[in-house]
Design a protein around this ligand. Structure first.
Ligand SMILES: [Mg+2]
Length: 265
């Protein structure tokens, strides 16, 4: 059984236009072949819910850089280990509460004398502009639970800032647009945990991972077949995920080509 874990921005969605049309042939094939494909993203639950509706995805998903996994209730038979029931989901949570991350970022910014601008300080209009998102989607992007995205305003102090973040016992990562501060969670841990739940029910799985950013490195390194979607970070990504196969095309077109090659018709 194949299991697909995919990033959204810059991977299944075009980095600039958020279009996914180029991936339609592969998405149709996954549906026909009943291959679970799961979104693994730095986006919030509210944003992922919107994209699942748009994309017709009914599978589990992982939000905010591995902060939590949401499984539709009853998706897997029997109780889901380590989960709690919330709304129509079984939720497994690894992330640190958002308020604590915002505090840590402020302290790290002060001690490193590196000014930052976090999502919590931004207006919806600002998030909308920075992310090139419509206002309604920007509202969803600000509903954060486990990860604070931020901009660095003093780039020459970046080294001191990330060191200060680590001293706070937090992790940092970098996506396509923002830096992120997060707790002990990462996409890799969440992907392994969700993969293990499938294996318990269905036996051995073949995992495929697709991503374009440095925040995808951990989870790309724990799947059987990592696919690196071409982006400005491709060279660095390839050096950090040596097993990864780099697509010729960026975004959804690269995503489409890779999966049509890997998943039998
Ligand atoms: Mg990405």
């Amino acid at each position: 059984m194949y299991l697909i874990f995919t990033d959204l921005d810059g991977t299944l969605l075009d980095h600039d236009t958020y279009s996914w049309e180029a991936a339609r042939p592969a998405l149709d094939r996954l549906k026909r072949q009943h291959v679970p494909w799961m979104l693994v993203t730095s986006k919030t639950r509210a944003e992922v819910e919107l994209w699942r509706r748009i994309l017709g995805n009914e599978h589990p998903f992982i939000v905010e850089n591995g902060g939590a996994a949401f499984l539709p209730a009853g998706y897997l038979p029997g109780p889901v280990r380590g989960s709690e029931q919330r709304d129509a989901y079984e939720v497994i949570e690894w992330g640190t509460p958002y308020g604590e991350l915002v505090n840590s970022l402020q302290m790290a910014s002060q001690s490193s004398q590196c000014r930052v601008r976090g999502f919590h300080e931004m207006t919806v209009e600002e998030v909308s502009t920075l992310c090139q998102l419509p206002l309604e989607q920007a509202v969803l992007a600000t509903q954060r639970e486990y990860d604070e995205p931020f901009l660095i305003l003093d780039p020459d102090r970046t080294g001191a800032l990330v060191e200060a973040i680590e001293q706070q016992g937090r992790q940092w990562t970098r996506g396509g647009r923002f830096w992120h501060i997060l707790g002990a969670n990462d996409k890799a841990h969440a992907v392994k945990a969700v993969g293990a739940l499938f294996e318990e029910v269905y036996g051995p799985v073949i995992t495929i991972g697709l991503g374009d950013g440095l925040n995808d490195v951990p989870f790309l390194n724990v799947v059987a077949s990592p696919v690196l979607i071409r982006s400005p970070y491709s060279a660095e990504l390839k050096s950090r995920v040596p097993r990864g196969v780099l697509t010729d095309l960026p975004g959804p077109a690269g995503w489409n080509d890779a999966l049509l090659r890997m998943i039998p018709a």
